[in-house]
Every structure is written in C-alpha cells, then in structure tokens.
Design a protein around this ligand. Structure first.
Ligand code: FAD
Length: 714
C-alpha cells in the first residue's frame, strides 16, 4: 500500500476511533439531540451564520467518514434551522459528504478491487457508464437503503464525480425533506421509526421503483415505436430467417434446427462464407505448404547434408482449392438440409422487420439473424484501383507467383501471408504505418515475430504511410512516406496484397430501409443480447463485431439464436470474458484474456510469470526452441487474468488456459495436472511451476529445513 493511502487510512481510522473512544455517539441519539436542543437553539439565535457553518461542517464530516448519525443530524437541521434553511444546509452537506465518502472509498479500495476483479470490472464499469446514474437515482430515492453503503459501493465503480454529485443531490431531496420536516417537531418525536411510517416507506419504495418501471416502460414504448409504420403479418411461415451462411449464420441455423424451430438460411455466394472459402481455411492451407519450405531450409540443422525443393506455385494454389473442397461438405446445402434447415441460394433483402425476400419469394418470419460478414477494406489510396492489387477475397485466384509481393498491413492476416509468401519464394515487402506489427499483441510478442520475419527475408517497412500507387515504364510502385524521417520512399513491386482491415457488409440488403444503426467503424450496432434496434432482428459475426473471428461468430450465434427463439422467456447477455485468438505465424502468437499491454492500459494490477520455450525438452528436440508462455495473474493469487504464448503450436497450447479461465481454474490446478512427456504442452505446466516457485511459503520452508536438520540429529 502506498504511503499516501496509509496516511489517509490512519487519519480516518483515528477520527472514527475517537468518535467512539470519546463516546461522541451519545450525542447522536434521539434523546441526546433532544436534550441539547434548547442550548443549540440559543446558539443559532445568537449567531446563526456561525452555527449554520459549524452544522454544515459537522454534517459533512459525519457523512464523509460514514459515521452513524446522519439521520439524526437531518432531524436536528430541521429543528434548528426550520424547513427552508434546514433543507438547504442538509441537502448540500449530505451531498458533499456522500461524494467525499465515495471518493475516499475509491481512493482506498479501488486498486484492491481492480486487482481482484479487474477483468470483470470492465463490464461493470461499462454498465455503470450506461445506466449508473439511473440506478443510483433509484437507490437515492429510497431513504431505507443505507446511505453509507451506497457511497462505499459506488466508489468502486468509475461513475463520474459530477454525475454522482447531481444524482445524489436530486435523488436524496425527497427523503431529506421528510426528515427535515419531521425535525421541526423534534420535541414530540418518540422514535426514528415513526418518521418513516410503513405507508411513507412504501411511498418511497414506489418512488424508487418509479424510474426503473418508467425505464422498462420506455423500453417497451421504444420497441413498439420502432415497428410503427410496418405491417406485421398475421401469420409467420418461419421462426427464424438467417442471412449469410458463414460461421455465424451456419451455427445460428444449426442451433435453431436443433431446437426444432422452422428456420431458413439464405446464402448469396458460397456456403461456408469467408472462413471456408477465402479466410481461415485457404490461409492455413497456404501456411502449411509454406512451412515445408521453411523445414527444408532447416534441413542442415536437422542432420541432412543438403535438401532443396522448388515450389510449384500453381500446385500450391490448386491444393488450397482441394482443401477447401474437402471441407466444403461440412457446410454444404445437403448437410444443412439434412439437419432440418431450409437453405436458399440467392441474395436476401429484408423488406420489413418480419419479411425477407429471396429469389422473388417473400419469407415471413418472427425473427431475423443477420450474419452477412465483412469484406476486405480497400483504402482510398490514389492509384490503387489501377495497380495489380489483391485482397483476401481475390488472392486465391492467383496462379502466377509474384516475384516481389508488397503487403499493406501489419495485422494478423498481413503477417501470416507475408511469412507464407516469403517462404514460398516471393520477396515480400511489408508496409505498416505503426511502429510495429501486431499492434493488439504485447510489444515483446510482436518483436519476436518481427525478428523472425526479418530473419526469413521479409523487408519490413514500419512507420511507412502509403501515399499513392504509380506505374512508371510499366513498373508498379508504391510511394510511401517514412513517418520517422518524413522522406518519400519508392517501393517497386509486382503485385500488392491489401490487408488493412475488414469492413462490415451492411449495404444493399434492406439495412438502410430499416434504418438499422451503424457504429463509427461501420459495423451494425447491437445490444448485449445481440439485438439491433428491432428486438426481433439480431446480428452476429463480422457484420457486428467486435471480434472478427470464426469462433466468436459461432459463440455469438448461440446467443442470437437462443435470444431470438426463446427471448420471450429469458434472454442471455453475450459473454466476451474469455476470447482466445491466434495469429498463425511461425511461431504462433496465441492469447486469451488480458495482454500485459491491456493490463497496463486499464490499470489492472497483475503479476507476470514467464516461461521461456528454449528450456523445453520437446521444443529443443524439434528444433523449435524459441518463444515463451507469459501468464498474468492476480497479485499473490494463482487466478489467471490473461495468457500470451509465442511458440510453435502456441494455438494448441492456449486451449488449456482457455479452459482454465473459463472454469476459473488457477495455476495450481495446471501444475497439479499430469502433462505427457515430452510434449509442447509441458510448457504450460512449467509456467505454472515458475509461478509456484515465486510464491513459495519461505517461512514455512525454513521451518521444514530445520525439521530435516533435526531429523539428521544435528
Ligand atoms: C485471410 C483470412 C484469414 C482468417 N483466418 C482466421 C483464423 O485463422 N481464425 C479465425 O477465427 N478467423 C479467421 N478469419 C476471420 C474469419 O474468416 C471471420 O471472422 C468469419 O468468417 C466471420 O464469419 P461471419 O459468419 O461473420 O461472416 P462470413 O463468413 O463472411 O459470412 C457471411 C456470408 O453472408 C453472405 N451474405 C452477405 N450478404 C448477404 C445477403 N444479402 N444475402 C445472402 N447472403 C449474404 C456472404 O456471401 C457470406 O457468405 C480470417 C479471415 C481472413 C480474411
């Protein structure tokens, strides 16, 4: 604990202790204040401003320190200063005291709470940001809720001080009024209980419930208003229509069919969507072919005199299509039809909140799930449209290997493809505006990958901004600006692959007509239940984000399908707490939960345990002894906050941590689990072992050593 905190804690403890040690609480009883009333009245008459000021200060002190007696002081305020002045003084003093109590709680406890519940606090804070003022107002309206508890609890959230102030000021006013008013007849009061009669308390509870009820009502009215002007069909043919048969759409339709709903799935292009046809599957098939080239390059280190191979690029690209073809059946029309899904091949258009048109046919449906995916974003760089440019959609049609492949973008797709093409024999020049690649990962992970790419021959141009494309004497070139030196740099190339992000598909299928809301980044806005502004229209996958991964689309699909079909009874908020991701470079970069960078940015307290793979037997035997396992834990505990693994098969290693985090298993549990020897997975156990070593019970071990010495007879 920092010195500042210790001092504040000691001062507060001293003040609270003196309150009880000097028996000051005797004055904070009904009898106590009644006994003093006459004398105090005389003081107020003699010097009203001084008395008012002292009372104001005392009130703030009592409430800021969360001492008992605020209710009695409120009565006394009415007795001494009357209704008008009493209300004014108490209202401001109580708000100021409440705000100070909240700030004290924030100062003393928030770090501890952050460290303990850091990863979960994010969602709570987001909730408080959205609804905090609302719930605080409801709580403040009911004086029966302990005043000091509200202050302490709200201090742990990120509620803004200004918001806290005004909501408390307004919310506490009715209760303050009742007490100050009652205080005017202080002499006749027999007990505090009498002030809040059951009827009055009931009225306050109703008052407190009012904003919540009003909010629910408002939501209902809003939901109804959104449908205004649309004609709801009297009868529906389907329970659910799903637009798009990529990862999100396929899983949504699958779940609906599994629970016997009448579901239609519409796909305008290829079943399986991006992942199967132009994303995960082809890129991983390409990476596999490229890996062999890297293996051959390492042949000498593995005991061969020499080994060489020449790449047949056309065969590599043809193999990719064969792989896609082999997996295609998993996502085929036939398979889904067998599962009970009615599949339509054609472009869907939403014509009303309950109607979707496809191939001239109108399907009526209670619910719609939009799973229309995303497409590569082509930035408006002058000359790009005339360049020999590819993106992740068009790349797979390439049959002639570019000698010099320029890759724009240093994200996961750019990095995976840069390494693969370089290994297959192209000279890759990778251009990135940022100071490093893989900006979402920790700097040390990115550093390792950048070093690997450079060592394999990739020409990395970091901090380069693409300004324009040109063709000079039939030669394609990109003009970039070196952001460090502000110099213009010309990069000649044969083909350019644009991998600078993906744009949600939100145009041309009825979104505009329904006025569905888009976020700043172009994705469809959905709430925590994945519903759009129409409660019966949901969106999943890349079209809504925030994570653009196949497994997240599938994860969201469950929530959207269940909420759409059973939301009348119960709706589920989508859970993003444990989202793993892998960049399939070699070595792979795999992470789940918080990265160290995230923890720093969000001020979550953490401890780092690192295990270097160069120590791992299997990695040494396989000649892949580089990388690390980095685990972030709650200080002093084995609770996992996040993991980053940079290693061969890092994606596979991560699964154990994903399971552990999902089911709240700590590092002790991983350490206590048998891991087969010799496997890469032992790295996880050794990382847990590193953590254990750093948290040995030193004192106990000293005693154990003494015990052993004693047993030796020395
Ligand atoms: C090169 C690359 C590599 C990737 N590698 C990985 C990886 O290794 N791991 C991973 O998790 N993710 C990876 N991804 C991301 C992953 O592919 C996507 O996150 C995932 O496919 C998104 O699924 P989706 O269902 O949201 O959309 P999509 O798969 O894009 O499906 C949307 C479907 O909707 C259809 N559609 C759109 N509008 C209409 C309409 N009006 N009517 C009918 N149909 C319509 C489209 O034709 C499309 O088939 C990769 C992406 C790329 C580009």
């Amino acid at each position: 604990m920092k010195a500042g905190k210790i001092i504040v804690l000691l001062v507060i403890a001293a003040l609270v202790a003196s309150f009880f040690v000097f028996d000051l609480n005797q004055y904070f009883s009904l009898e106590g204040i009644k006994a003093q009333q006459q004398a105090l009245n005389a003081q107020v008459s003699a010097n009203p401003w001084l008395a008012g000021g002292l009372f104001f200060g005392l009130y703030i002190l009592v409430t800021a320190l969360s001492l008992p007696g605020a209710a009695l002081l409120t009565l006394l305020g009415g007795a001494l200063f009357g209704l008008g002045w009493g209300l004014l003084i108490v209202s401001f003093a109580s708000t100021l005291g409440a705000t100070l109590a909240m700030l004290i709680s924030r100062f003393l406890l928030r770090d501890w709470v952050q460290a303990r519940f850091g990863s979960r606090l994010k969602a709570i804070n987001e909730g408080v940001e959205r609804e905090g003022a609302f719930y605080l107002f409801a709580l403040r309206l009911v004086p029966a809720f302990p005043f000091f508890l509200i202050n302490l609890a709200m201090g742990l959230t990120r509620i803004k001080v200004g918001t806290y102030w005004w909501v408390s000021q307004v919310g506490m006013l009715p209760g303050t009024l009742v007490y100050v008013n009652a205080g005017r007849q202080l002499a006749e009061l027999e007990s505090l209980g009498g002030i809040l009669s059951p009827d009055l308390l009931g009225a306050f509870v109703l008052l407190g419930l009012f904003p919540l009820i009003a909010r629910k009502g408002l939501d209902m009215v809003k939901a109804r208003r959104v449908y205004k002007g649309w004609n709801k069909p009297a009868h529906f043919d389907r329970n659910l229509v799903v637009i798009g048969a990529g990862s999100g759409g396929l899983v949504s339709a699958y779940i609906a069919a599994a629970v016997k709903a009448n579901v239609s799935l519409i796909e305008k292009h290829a079943m399986g969507g991006d992942c199967l046809n132009t994303g995960c599957v082809p890129s991983k098939a390409l990476i596999r072919s490229a890996k062999l080239a890297a293996e051959i390059n390492r042949a000498h280190a593995l005991g061969y005199n020499e080994a060489s191979a020449s790449v047949n690029f056309t065969r590599v690209m043809d193999r990719i299509q064969r792989v896609v073809g082999d997996i295609e059946s998993h996502d085929s029309v036939e398979r889904y039809t067998e599962l009970g899904v009615e599949v339509h091949k054609g472009a869907a258009t939403i014509t009303s909140p309950w109607e979707v048109e496809v191939n001239g046919q109108t399907l009526t449906t209670r619910n719609i799930i939009i799973a229309a995916g995303a497409r590569p974003f082509m930035p408006p760089i002058p000359g790009l449209d005339k360049a020999n440019a590819y993106n992740s959609d068009t790349l797979w049609g390439l049959r002639e290997q570019p000698k010099r492949l320029l890759i724009l973008g240093g994200g996961p797709i750019g990095c995976e493809l840069a390494q693969a093409f370089q290994r297959l024999g192209s000279q890759v020049i990778q251009v990135e505006r940022d100071v490093r690649l893989l900006s979402k990962e920790d700097p040390d992970a990115a550093e390792l990958i950048m070093n690997t790419l450079r060592a394999e021959g990739v020409d990395l141009r970091l901090q380069h901004d693409a300004e324009r494309f040109e063709q000079v004497d039939g030669q394609e070139q990109l003009i970039t600006r070196n952001l460090k030196t502000d110099e213009e740099v010309i990069i000649p190339f044969d083909a350019v692959l644009v991998a600078v992000g993906r744009k949600a598909n939100t145009d041309g299928y009825g979104i505009e007509k329904l006025e569905l809301v888009k976020r700043g980044n172009g994705t469809l806005e959905t709430n925590e239940y994945l519903a759009t502004r129409y409660p019966n229209i949901y969106a999943v996958g890349d079209v809504t984000g925030p994570y653009q991964f196949t497994h997240v689309s599938a994860h969201q699909a469950w929530y959207a399908a269940v909420n759409a079909l059973f939301g009348t009874f119960k709706r589920f908020k989508v859970d993003y707490r444990v989202i793993p991701r892998v960049t399939f470079t070699d070595p792979e970069v795999a992470s789940v939960g918080l990265t160290e960078q995230d923890a720093k940015d969000t001020e979550v307290k953490y401890e780092v345990t690192r295990y270097n793979i160069d120590d791992l037997d299997r990695a040494i035997a396989d000649q892949v002894a580089e990388g690390y396992v980095k685990v972030l834990t709650v200080p002093g505990k084995d609770t996992i906050l996040g993991v980053t693994i940079v290693a061969a098969h890092g994606g596979e290693l991560l699964a154990e941590y994903v399971l552990a985090m999902k089911h709240k298993l700590g590092l002790n549990k991983i350490l206590g689990t048998i891991h087969t020897y010799p496997t890469m997975s032992e790295a996880n156990k050794f990382a847990a072992g590193e953590w254990k070593r750093a948290h040995q019970p030193e004192k106990l071990l000293q005693w154990v050593a003494r015990f052993h010495r004693w047993r030796l007879g020395s």
